[in-house]
Design a protein around this ligand. Sequence first.
Ligand SMILES: Nc1nc(=O)c2c([nH]1)NC[C@@H]1CN(c3ccc(C(=O)N[C@@H](CCC(=O)O)C(=O)O)cc3)CN21
Ligand SMILES: CC(C)C(=O)C(=O)O
Ligand SMILES: [Mg+2]
Length: 246
Amino acid sequence: MLTCYDATFARVSEASGVDALLVGDSLGMVLQGHDSTLPVSQADMVYHVACVARGCQRPLIIADMPFGTYQESPELAFRNAAQLMAAGAQMVKIEGGREMATTTAFLTARGIPVCGHIGLTPQSVFQLGGYRVQGRADGDRERLLTDAMTLEEAGASLLVLEAMPAKVADFITEHLRIPTIGIGASAGCSGQVLVLHDMLDIAPGKKPRFVKNFMAGKNSVGAAITAYVEEVRAGTFPGPEQLYPE
Ligand SMILES: Nc1nc(=O)c2c([nH]1)NC[C@@H]1CN(c3ccc(C(=O)N[C@@H](CCC(=O)O)C(=O)O)cc3)CN21
Ligand SMILES: CC(C)C(=O)C(=O)O
Ligand SMILES: [Mg+2]
């Protein structure tokens, strides 16, 4: 999986073998120049989902629900998720653990597949006190596992694990039936995701540890994405240099 925000990169990513495209709210940082994902609007996400959907056929299109469009109630979440699905998404992603179980069950019971997202949840950056690795403190491993199992039980189809020690991500992956998608988590996850602009080495600002520059030594964006797909499938990305120690 890679993030994707437009039709051209959707076409190139599809041709390079990417299975799933995440229209991430990271677009607030990499496209819009904000320093968090919080200012991204529902209209922004609907627009970018429609752009991506016009650019590809095969990849699964997952849309992030932006901050403020799903936390308040399952009904509000459904109304906003339905707009993303109408724009061309095939699944929506919501950040949070057990507190999102009721909303996950509400959406999945009404025909909208849900991807969960736990660990470092960027929409909670001010609650977390920064973009910090999660799952290191006493009891965190059990808390994250309970969150993961509660979301699976509620009907989630997929679960993103962001910025946690590999042992924690492996522990969660082993205890779930649904696939896990890691970012700064573990090569043992079922799949991986990166922000496209990070792996092409054109994103602004300091790079998180989990980023690898796949453009190095390549002469096209397609070749860089193909190398990423091959390394993820082979289990050689992420390596120890992209992972967080316990
Ligand atoms: N370009 C981009 N890439 C991303 O991966 C990304 C975004 N934007 N925007 C939304 C969030 C923000 N993310 C981030 C941002 C920074 C770190 C970071 O610098 N983490 C520290 C961890 C420090 C620690 O706790 O040890 C690092 O050094 O990796 C991690 C995830 C992930 N998402
Ligand atoms: C980094 C991924 C998981 C994401 O949520 C995004 O791109 O917004
Ligand atoms: Mg996101």
